[in-house]
Design a protein around this ligand. Structure first.
Ligand SMILES: *Cc1c(COP(=O)(O)O)cnc(C)c1O
Length: 377
């Protein structure tokens, strides 16, 4: 059997006609850059996130960058995030001119460990960017408590957490701003690149809206030096069709995750993900921990199971961030996790027999490994 890591075709085949009709409308109206379909999506997505506003932008990376710029962050400032994230989180901080400062993560959730947050805060800290990794929100109540005591804004990187909740509150709605990516493989994915900032702060929304469109509040008047980060009209149209199916998709991901986790429950050698956010996990990725990860991955690949590693090298150890001067051992939890994590196939369209096949192959790989260790003894 073949189980690909991701199967966008399976997701798109059932909605193809509907999306094509939506794209036809965009073409009919020449609404290619921003425009009515982006505006309609913005309203629908803001409602979905329980925020007053949503601003469509070019990508998730730009969403984080523009949100930080709108907060006035720049050279000389420090912005706190985690080292085990997609590099975009740190890049967005760097492109404001600020310095990324890392806080290690929790062994259980892979998200920012609030116990380490306080000691990372300095007089230069201007924002905290927790990442809701794999579809589970960070411990927002603790993070917000620490941040608000010092009046430091919290900007959520919710690029992997569309529809996730924390104590009933939607991802993206808890901090001063929430940043989303609609990269095709995300829980809500465009047919191209797109992102959004959501916020309840009308001034912040206005600034982000201005920055994404050359700093112009009205046509041909440029208040500030901005950028071109308008959302593509076609992406707005696609995202509207797909947003209507997001909750169903997230529920299906939850069922896949339960099936995996039940199968792994009796096997302590396989560290299944912990759902700390009280059922608020939307399983963008289903990540297990195994001792000999590289071997397990090889075994699965050879049996037709696609897997991934998110992420094999923590950001502080990437060559691009060498100048920050964090040697190996600086963030031990993130580094240890990077050695042992393995992302199994996860998408709403996964069939039960496919999940069972993945489970069977992973258990077989682990058993083979154990037998060998026994023989070697
Ligand atoms: C995907 C992702 C981003 C960046 O989004 P793009 O749309 O690819 O620019 C940022 N942060 C995290 C955690 C992501 O997974």
């Amino acid at each position: 059997m073949n189980v690909p890591f991701l199967d966008l075709k399976a997701q798109h085949d059932p909605i193809r006609d509907e999306v094509h009709a939506a794209l036809e409308q965009v073409i009919e109206q020449n609404a290619f850059a921003g425009g009515p379909y982006v505006e309609a999506f913005e309203q629908e997505f803001a409602r979905y996130c329980h925020t007053a506003d949503a601003i469509g932008v070019g990508s998730g990376t730009e969403a984080i960058w523009l949100a930080l710029l709108a907060l006035g962050i720049g050279p000389g400032d420090e912005v706190i995030t985690v080292p085990n994230t997609f590099i975009a989180t740190a890049e967005a901080i760097s492109f404001t001119g600020a310095k990324p400062v890392f806080v290690d993560v929790s062994e259980e959730t892979y998200n920012m460990d609030p116990r380490f947050l306080e000691e990372a805060i300095t007089s230069r800290t201007r924002a905290i960017v927790p990442v809701h990794l794999y579809g589970q929100t960070a411990d927002m109540s603790s993070i917000l408590e620490i941040a608000s005591a010092r009046k430091i804004p919290v900007v959520e990187d919710a690029a992997q957490a569309h529809g996730a909740t924390c104590d009933g509150r939607p991802a993206g709605s808890m901090g001063v701003a929430g940043c989303f990516s609609f990269y095709p493989g995300k829980n809500l994915g465009a047919w191209g690149e797109a992102g959004a900032v959501v916020t309840d702060d009308s001034k912040l929304a206005e600034t982000v809206r201005k920055l994404r469109d050359h700093g112009q509040p009205t046509k041909s008047l440029h208040d500030v030096v901005g950028w071109n980060s308008r959302m593509d009209g076609m992406q707005g149209a696609v995202l509207r069709v797909k947003l209507a199916r997001l909750d169903d998709g997230n529920r299906a991901r939850g069922s896949v995750a339960s099936r995996y986790s039940e199968a792994f429950a009796a096997r302590p050698e396989i560290g299944a993900p912990m759902n700390a956010s009280d059922a608020g996990h939307v399983y963008h990725l289903y990540v297990v921990r195994v001792q000999d990860r590289d071997r397990a991955q090889k075994a699965l690949t050879s049996q037709g199971v696609g897997c991934g590693i998110h992420y094999p090298v923590p950001v502080h150890l990437q060559p691009a961030y060498r100048e920050l001067g964090h040697p190996e051992g600086s963030f031990p939890v993130a580094e240890r996790c990077a050695q042992e994590i393995l992302s199994l196939p996860m998408y709403p369209e996964l069939r039960e027999e496919q999940v069972d096949y993945v489970v069977g192959q992973l258990l077989a790989a682990i058993n083979a490994e154990e037998n060998e260790t026994m023989t070697a003894r």
